[in-house]
Write a protein that binds this ligand. Structure first.
Ligand code: F6R
Length: 248
């Protein structure tokens, strides 16, 4: 997996925001939609902040952008302070000119009996607009991408998943305690992630160093779902020096 190592996450985020902005503008020139797959969590925050600045200062427009987020907790109301809907609005959507009907996140309120069909329809919607041009990813300390926890298969589809204990512990701070963290989430599967034409995975800090090493240099294994990205023809890991510190 090609790895781009930057001195710090700020510089790295600049490069990634630049790539996304270039893609949006290029698609605009061609009169086409730009279909983005987006992630939440701490890793992409600066990328979103830079895109917002580019919108305000450089006239970068999101009018031709359609976006699909990777995941949402289940069950979760979209207007909850803990929801990924809320996160995306606060970090990006409320500050740029993307149309409300052009961004999608999994719906954490779908009744259990309808979930299977709902997950299929979420993927169908991505395919109906031509598939993902670009997928932004973070990585869990356990190797998860989206919420495809260890054990997820390379051909896994969009589905309800039970979160790993370590994933819930990592989220515990934001939720004000582990007991508040949902046990489940809806996640885009590994297969639809790998279908994106371009993938960029972000990782900052020492706590990601060993899982980054495993994903880049280790075997392709369900024990580290990010290792599935080794099979992708156009993927980059964009990391800071600490996250790169265990690479040989
Ligand atoms: C978020 C997501 C997760 C995070 C991962 C890393 O939408 O899909 O895979 O990217 O848990 O989270 P941070 O960036 O907070 O370390």
């Amino acid at each position: 997996i090609p790895t781009q190592i930057f001195a710090d996450s700020k510089e790295a985020s600049n490069a990634v925001a630049r790539e996304i902005a270039d893609l949006i503008r290029q698609k605009q020139k061609e009169g086409k939609k730009c279909v983005l797959g987006l992630a939440t969590g701490s890793s992409p925050k600066t990328v979103y902040a830079i895109l917002v600045r580019m919108h305000k200062e450089e006239g970068l427009s999101f009018k031709n952008v359609i976006s699909f987020n990777l995941d949402e907790y289940y069950q979760m109301e979209p207007d909850s302070i803990y929801s990924y809907h809320r996160f995306m609005k606060e970090q990006l959507f409320d500050h740029v000119d993307i149309a409300k009907e052009n961004y999608f996140l999994p719906d954490g309120t779908v009744p259990p009996a309808l979930l299977r069909d709902y997950c299929t329809s979420y993927e169908n919607k991505i395919n109906a607009v031509g598939g993902l041009d670009f997928q932004l990813l973070g990585i869990g300390g356990n190797g998860h991408i989206g919420f495809n926890e260890p054990g997820s298969l390379i051909n896994s589809r969009t589905r309800l998943i039970t979160l790993d204990h370590s994933t819930r512990v990592a989220a515990g701070m934001e939720f004000g305690g582990l007991h508040n963290v949902p046990r489940k989430a809806i996640t885009l599967g590994v297969a639809p992630i790998l279908n994106a034409r371009r993938i960029v995975l972000l990782a900052w800090g020492e706590r990601k160093a060993s899982v980054i090493r495993g994903a880049v240099e280790g075997p392709v294994t369900e024990l580290n779902p990010a290792s599935y990205l080794q099979a992708h023809p156009d993927v980059s890991f964009v990391v800071d020096e600490s996250a790169a510190s265990e690479l040989t």
